[in-house]
Design a protein around this ligand. Structure first.
Ligand code: PMP
Length: 305
């Protein structure tokens, strides 16, 4: 990963990939307090376009606000940075990683407030949970790890340190032969995947957990809008794992995971054990939107010219 051609936007400059480094005494490396985003750009008939860039930038700033981190660049500067990395790397489609971190200014627990750095990297990235997963669905296991409690870390922030929980859950599930983990909240209700929001479909209605301990996913919001445009009812409520077992369909959403059907949870087949019809309809519509093939929702696309 580090040994690549191309450039990374680093504190206002485009620097060669191999030179985009930081000191080992970087505060965020030691304690995990930083904020980041995962964004995708897709190839469209009019060149590459970044999907919902402003919404990702807004969430990055909300995450920083929650953690009390002052970002040294404006939203407009960061939007321009994202556009520049796609363009300068000559990428047609890619995953992008804006991240703000504290530098090595001071290594006590209290972070060095005036030593905040921002990077935006980009690289080609295929289907996060596999192309076969997108079509046939994935096998998921309920995690032995609980999703963060709202008063331990703050779940609305897409914060670096929050991902230790995701890594533990994902590596446990994949080590046990599953594709992904489903995490429950501290009361035992379904929260989200290690890097995805979750939806179930039952009797034609769509359900998704409320956002108490799940990330406010931009793909989740996209799918809720698209479902409602199809006239489908979307209900936010507490969901139990046995409601997932007995659902007609289930799927994950995320910028990386896109819309990935879940065909099994804890050895129980969900519905017909394949991508369900409502999941397929929403997935197709999602891909049409992100790839600039839909007649509407051009407001979600930032073209890289
Ligand atoms: N939950 C978690 C824990 C995530 O890491 C992600 C990925 N950012 C999501 C949900 C989905 O969010 P989005 O659709 O904005 O990518």
């Amino acid at each position: 990963m580090a040994d690549r051609d191309g450039v990374i936007w680093y504190d206002g400059k485009l620097v060669p990939w191999r030179e985009a480094t930081t000191h080992v005494l970087t505060h965020t490396l030691h304690y995990g307090l930083g904020v980041f985003e995962g964004v995708r750009a897709y190839e469209t008939p009019n060149g590459p376009a970044i999907f919902r860039l402003q919404d990702h930038t807004d969430r990055l700033f909300r995450s920083a606000h929650i953690l009390g981190m002052a970002l040294p660049f404006s939203k407009d500067e960061l939007n321009a940075a994202s556009i520049a990395v796609v363009k300068e790397n000559g990428l047609q489609s890619c995953y992008m990683r804006p991240m703000a971190f504290y530098g090595p200014g001071k290594l006590g627990v209290a972070p060095p407030a005036n030593d905040v750095h921002i990077i935006v990297g980009a690289w080609p990235w295929g289907a996060y949970l596999g192309t076969e997963g997108l079509e046939k669905g994935i096998r998921v296991k309920t995690s032995s790890f609980t999703r963060h409690h709202v008063n331990i870390t703050m779940c609305k922030a897409k914060a670096n340190g929050n991902y230790m929980n995701s890594i533990l859950a994902n590596t446990e599930a994949t080590r046990d032969g599953y594709d992904e983990a489903l995490l429950l909240d501290n009361e035992g209700y379904v929260a989200e995947g290690s890097g995805e929001n979750v939806f179930i479909v039952r009797k034609g209605k769509i359900y998704t957990p409320d956002l108490t301990s799940a990330l406010e996913g931009i793909t989740r919001d996209t799918i809720v809008q698209l479902a409602e445009e199809f006239g489908l009812q979307v209900i936010e409520k507490r969901i139990t794992r046995d409601e997932v077992y007995t659902a007609d369909e289930a799927f994950f959403t995320g910028t990386a995971a896109e819309v990935t059907p879940i065909r099994e949870l804890d050895g129980r087949t969900i519905g017909a054990g394949t991508r369900g019809p409502i999941t397929e309809k929403l997935q197709k519509r999602y891909f049409d939107c992100v790839k600039g093939l839909a007649a509407d929702h051009s407001e979600w696309l930032t073209y890289v010219k």
